[in-house]
Design a protein around this ligand. Structure first.
Ligand code: ADP
Length: 221
């Protein structure tokens, strides 16, 4: 297995890059999709979330009301910590399971992690950063993903900066151009990926230490 991280700001084109890499034969481990999966109705995570935050975080059909959770944790750092303590271990376990499933193969495995710069991870052979100017991010989020401009800008401002992300990059995709330009870069990226050495068949994924949470975790100390 060749194991590489993929990250980029919201609307930068990570999902598009993932799809193109999947087309080349890569296995994609999509952190966001796993977050949704481990919270499906009937899951231990959803049961724990309902026990912690009350039934108001459940929608009428029994699924998680993500907006209700977002509203609770947005202004309450302790609630955010509690949420992460419930969700992160389950997501980490499932990501590790999928890596272990591939470790005896020679596949290129891509960990698609939106907040990889904010929550660094050891044990990867490289990091791909999808880079676009903020104005392009805003334009695509508004035009293609139905965001209000103000909401798009607010989300971008809460993430790592372009510079912070680029500092961690081993391979940069410039997605400010059209899809043709992106596709050409994917060809180069693939050449680089398959040139990386195979990891040993007994590779053990390294789970990142949980995020310390907000900058000032305890106001009393
Ligand atoms: P992310 O996964 O990083 O949030 P997406 O891959 O969903 O971003 O891309 C955001 C939007 O921009 C999508 O609608 C996608 O189809 C579109 N998009 C991505 N790359 C390009 C490009 N090079 N040219 C035009 N549209 C693009």
């Amino acid at each position: 297995m060749i194991l590489v991280g993929l990250t980029g700001g919201i609307g930068s084109g990570k999902s598009t890059v993932s799809l193109l890499l999947e087309g080349k034969g890569a296995i994609i481990i999509d952190a966001d999709a796993i977050v949704r999966e481990v919270q499906l109705p009937g899951s231990p995570v959803l049961t724990e979330l309902a026990a912690k935050f009350g039934s108001e975080v459940l929608a009428a059909d029994g699924s998680l009301d993500r907006q209700a959770v977002a509203n609770i944790v947005f202004t309450d750092p302790d609630a955010l910590k509690a949420l992460n303590a419930i969700v992160h271990p389950a997501v980490g376990k499932e990501m590790n399971r999928r890596m272990i499933e591939q470790r005896t193969t020679d596949r290129v495995v891509i960990l698609d992690i939106p907040l990889l710069t904010e929550n660094p991870r050891e044990g990867l052979q490289g990091k791909i950063v999808v880079d676009v100017p903020i104005e392009v991010q805003v334009e695509r989020l508004v035009n293609f993903r139905g965001f209000a401009e103000e909401d798009a800008r607010a989300r971008i401002s809460r993430q790592a900066t372009r510079e912070q992300r680029l500092e961690t990059a081993d391979f940069v995709i410039d997605n400010s151009g059209d899809l043709e330009s992106l596709t050409a870069q994917i060809d180069q990226l693939w050449t680089w990926l398959v040139s990386l050495p195979q990891l040993p068949a007994d590779y053990e994924p390294i789970t990142p230490t949980p995020n310390a949470g907000p900058k000032s975790p305890n106001k009393n100390t």
